[in-house]
Ligand binder design. Structure first.
Ligand SMILES: Nc1ncnc2c1ncn2[C@@H]1O[C@H](COP(=O)(O)OP(=O)(O)OP(=O)(O)O)[C@@H](O)[C@H]1O
Ligand SMILES: [Mg+2]
Length: 325
């Protein structure tokens, strides 16, 4: 049983919103239960405390509470989107090879403890390259969705341009959050580190930012997943590539993938006339997934607004073709 002092301290710290003391008191209770031989109850308490602590830190970050401690952190949080995605890998149309590489990361992350116990490092650093609308950002969300952890989408170009001269310190702040809050950290528009050159930032500063990123990524010992995404890999310094466990190139959808994606986006609906796969693939050739999804959405809206019961095939084909310019 917890001592009366421990219970009083727990209640007092709750009343005073002293979170650190609240968790410290709770841990003391767990420790004293362990000393009294109630090992499984102590374990259960520790797990509850850890869970509560994680949820609190995420909630506080989202509410801007952590960030209210320092104005710099509040500015930073404006350039980071945090949420718990619901999507899964099965919501994506992916080449078999890419899917299996992503599944490998998810399996290794799900068996994190086992691998760490054997001194093995699970995969957790990915570089995703490919044209716009091919699924790089969606992949980061799907990994977070599969693992049940939040995704942090960091707009790197914003950080670099807003905090000229201070970008290194801002990057450091983000890497400092990683061990405290396990999540998928997506550094979006990663090429902006390389392309700042054109926007007049001095070369020395760009090199320092890049170096600091390399050092941070190498030093990081957290259990978070780090993903960098770019559609301009040629702008990236070659030194970066070695730092990642895997580099995945996202292609535009081929004919089969176009058909599969359109099926996914229109699932639950039927067309007024039979849609031939070849005709569909032809109409959408060269489009990315984002275009396909928008055309499908337009077609669904048109059906609803016109009061029809089925999707108009012609409307979809015209919409796809109109996006091909
Ligand atoms: N592989 C995919 N399977 C199914 N839908 C996809 C896929 N990739 C992209 N989409 C659709 O396209 C939208 C945009 O994709 P996403 O934002 O992931 O592209 P991106 O590669 O990050 O592009 P950008 O380089 O412009 O950031 C998604 O929200 C989704 O609707
Ligand atoms: Mg993206």
């Amino acid at each position: 049983m917890a001592s009366s002092d421990q219970i009083k301290s727990l209640i007092k710290s709750f009343g005073q919103e002293d979170e650190d003391r609240f968790f410290a008191s709770a841990m003391q209770i767990a420790a004293s239960e362990a000393r009294q031989g109630h090992a499984s109850f102590a374990q259960e308490l520790k797990a509850l405390i850890e869970d509560a602590r994680k949820n609190r830190s995420l909630a506080q970050f989202e509410k801007g509470k952590i960030v209210s401690i320092s104005p710099q952190k509040r500015e930073l949080s404006e350039l980071i989107d945090i949420f718990q995605p619901r999507i899964k890998l099965s919501d994506m149309v992916l080449e078999v090879g890419i899917r299996s590489r992503l599944e490998k990361l998810i399996t290794e992350q799900n068996k994190l403890e086992l691998l760490l116990h054997h001194n093995l490092t699970p995969r957790r650093k990915l570089l995703l390259t490919g044209a716009p609308g091919t699924g790089k950002t969606m992949t980061a969300q799907a990994i977070a969705g599969e693992l049940g952890i939040p995704v942090f989408i960091i707009r790197l170009d914003g950080i670099l341009s807003r905090f000229m001269g201070e970008s290194i310190a801002k990057l450091r702040m983000i890497f400092d959050i990683m061990p405290q809050q396990r999540g998928v950290y997506l550094f979006d528009e990663f090429d902006s580190i390389g392309s700042q050159r054109e926007q007049g930032q001095d070369i020395g500063e760009i090199k320092r930012i890049l170096n600091s990123f390399l050092i941070n990524i190498e030093k990081d010992q957290s259990n978070s997943i780090i993903i960098a995404a770019t559609n301009l890999p040629e702008l990236l310094d070659k030194a970066l590539f070695r730092r990642f466990d895997d580099i995945i190139q996202y292609p535009l959808p081929n004919n089969d993938e176009i058909v599969a994606a359109i099926r996914k986006y229109t699932i639950g609906f039927s067309f007024d006339t039979k849609v031939n796969d070849n005709v569909l693939a032809e109409a959408a050739s060269g489009l990315n997934y984002s275009d396909l999804s928008k055309s499908c959405e337009e077609t669904i809206k048109e059906m609803i607004l016109s009061g029809a019961k089925k999707l108009h095939k012609k409307f979809l084909l015209d919409s796809l073709k109109s996006r091909r310019n």
